[in-house]
Write a protein of this length. Structure first.
Length: 116
């Protein structure tokens, strides 16, 4: 029998695979909004930003997030290793940082993709 606390997610450190994927997609959408604001009325720049964001989200959707293992780092930031599987069956484990913000998980983007 599964304890009720486990069902509620209590005691878990870091996001679930589904929450991690959604946090990354949210960050892509936030970046798109910034690019759209910077592009102003430049239709070509707006179109290119939209195409890049939609391609990135489509790519994320094709990847299956199989497992997330996190450690609490500092100041509410969780350093997570995410095991992912591509449609061709290949797998990889990559590091990501997340923090809880207003009740949802937020992916932290580091400059040049380098984790501190």
């Amino acid at each position: 029998m599964i304890p009720l606390l486990a069902l509620a997610g209590c005691g878990r450190t870091g996001p679930s695979p589904k929450e991690a994927k959604q946090a990354i997609k949210n960050q892509i959408n936030a970046a798109l909004q910034k690019e759209m604001a910077a592009a102003g009325s430049n239709a070509m720049a707006r179109s290119m930003a939209t195409d890049v964001a939609h391609s990135a989200i489509a790519g994320i959707d094709k990847i299956k997030f199989k497992a997330v293992s996190c450690k609490s780092a500092e100041q509410g930031i969780y350093r997570c290793q995410i095991k992912m599987a591509a449609p061709d069956g290949s797998t990889a484990t990559k590091p990501f940082d997340f923090r809880k913000h207003d009740g949802h998980w937020e992916y932290i983007v580091h400059p040049a993709g380098i984790l501190p």
